[in-house]
Write a protein that binds this ligand. Structure first.
Ligand code: ZN
Length: 98
């Protein structure tokens, strides 16, 4: 059985709608922040780098207001539980899924 792999793009914006960062998920990499939230969400296997978390990391110190997630392969209804934890922890107020 092969796991279905998605290509996700995440973009972050400040409260004025200016773009801060963008990222794609990367199945070959991980990051301590990714494993931290994977453990918090009780999904320790989800340690490959998710687009949302990489975009948050790339935003650095900047305050993210909105995160926009695009599923290149189809439609996405919501971020996975791991990314939801991260989005909440960083106080991001708006999530757009396309
Ligand atoms: Zn995720």
């Amino acid at each position: 059985m092969t796991k279905k792999r998605y290509i996700l793009k995440a973009e972050t914006f400040d409260s004025h709608g200016r773009k801060i960062s963008e990222a794609y998920n990367d199945y070959r990499k991980t990051h301590p922040i990714q494993s931290h939230f994977a453990k918090l969400a009780n999904q320790p296997a989800r340690i490959f780098l998710h687009a949302e978390i990489l975009a948050i990391i790339r935003a650095g110190e900047k305050k993210i207001h909105t995160i926009k997630i695009t599923n290149i392969n189809g439609k996405l209804s919501s971020p996975c539980p791991v990314c939801m934890k991260a989005i909440q922890a960083y106080g991001i107020s708006r999530i757009i899924c396309t």
